[in-house]
Design a protein around this ligand. Structure first.
Ligand code: AHG
Ligand code: MN
Ligand code: MN
Ligand code: MN
Length: 334
């Protein structure tokens, strides 16, 4: 049982045997993520004081302007994950292709694949609003001893062995799961230690918050338009409250604590949706399910989608179980 206020270090050691593969490598991998998160946190916290705000002058493969902090966080996570003999491949939102890590003596015998959104919520960086990091971890499927291939990265989300996120908010938290529920740790910045502040997080079965960028309403599928109207109707516990930060991590985190639904649908502008399946939706869906919630593309479970591309996008409906089921009903009947 997780003990409130134990440190993340203690928690990892105590719960190592719960990991599907308890060689200690997954624990070390989580350890390196918590370390990189501290480094990024330090930079995010002083962002207004040093020359790290604004765009880096490049666009990424998504066609988005890269912010300086996007580039910085990408470098920190990749360096931290590469320097340890655990990870054999990394895919990132900010990298065109996956990165192969050959490991010690170029033996290609490290076990884990990491997919990462190094800085989520880029548009909020310059205005001092919460941003995050999202990560997803798999075991490689191709044979050890050979370099990783695309097949290792295109695994369905239901094969994740761990996933999580960091939210750089009013306090910095790391929330993750290795398949035995979800635990949240808050960083005490004075001493650089994370403490278990949110043991065994559970998503409320229903809620009264809906989170969607309503500015795109005109471009939404009819089912989503109908569901939004339903949220706004005066009946029972409705109308619901609308809350949208524009950082998936923060919107999800709030809804997990308070109860709610997050929707980023396909639109006539973005027919596949905007969010990326592999390093945004899958890890968030894994956390959602581990906390008793649901994640869907409007019609089917996110974690069952077989990916075909590294930067594939997908419509995303995620949150309190009863709310997602209601939204799916509207999608089906539209
Ligand atoms: P990123 O900053 O990693 O590119 O992700 C941005 C995503 C996600 O964080 C957020 O929920 C969504 O884009 C917001 O999109 P809109 O500004 O179109 O609402
Ligand atoms: Mn981006
Ligand atoms: Mn993102
Ligand atoms: Mn990002």
């Amino acid at each position: 049982m997780p003990k409130k206020n134990q440190t993340l270090g203690e928690f990892i050691i105590e719960n190592q045997s719960e990991f599907q593969y308890s060689s200690g490598e997954l624990s070390r991998l989580i350890n390196s993520i918590r370390l990189a998160a501290k480094v990024v946190n330090h930079e995010v916290n002083k962002a207004g004081l040093v020359d790290i705000l604004g765009t880096a002058g490049e666009t990424n493969i998504q066609g988005e302007d890269q912010q300086k902090l996007d580039v910085y966080a990408n470098e920190v996570f990749i360096k931290t994950l590469t320097n340890r003999e655990i990870v054999c491949g990394i895919a990132s939102e900010e990298e065109d292709d996956f990165i192969t890590i050959k490991g010690r003596n170029e033996k290609n015998d490290n076990k884990y694949i990491v997919l990462i959104d190094p800085l989520d919520g880029s548009s909020n960086i310059d205005v001092n609003v919460s941003v995050g990091t999202i990560f997803s971890i798999y075991r490689r499927v191709t044979a050890s001893g050979t370099p990783v291939t695309m097949e290792d990265f295109l695994q369905p989300g239901n094969l994740q062995v761990a996933a999580g996120y960091i939210v750089y908010g009013t306090s910095t938290m790391i929330v993750y799961s290795t398949g035995h529920g979800v635990n949240g740790f808050t960083l005490n910045p004075a001493i650089g230690t994370y403490y278990l502040s949110h043991p065994n997080m559970r998503f409320p079965e229903t809620g009264n918050i809906y989170s969607v960028n309503e500015g795109n309403y005109i471009h939404f599928p009819q089912g989503v338009k109908n569901y939004i109207k339903y949220c706004q109707q005066e009946e029972g516990d409705r109308p619901y409250t609308s809350r949208y930060i524009g950082s998936l991590v923060s919107d999800f985190h709030r809804n997990m604590i308070k109860g709610g639904i997050y929707i980023y649908p396909n639109t006539s502008k973005d027919p596949e949706g905007k969010l990326r399946l592999l390093y945004e939706c899958n890890p968030i869906a894994y956390i959602a399910e581990q906390a008793g919630a649901k994640a869907s593309n409007g019609f089917m479970r996110i974690l069952d989608i077989k990916p075909t591309q590294l930067h594939q996008r997908v419509p995303f409906f995620c949150g309190s179980k009863l709310m997602v089921e209601k939204a799916e009903e509207f999608m089906k009947n539209a």
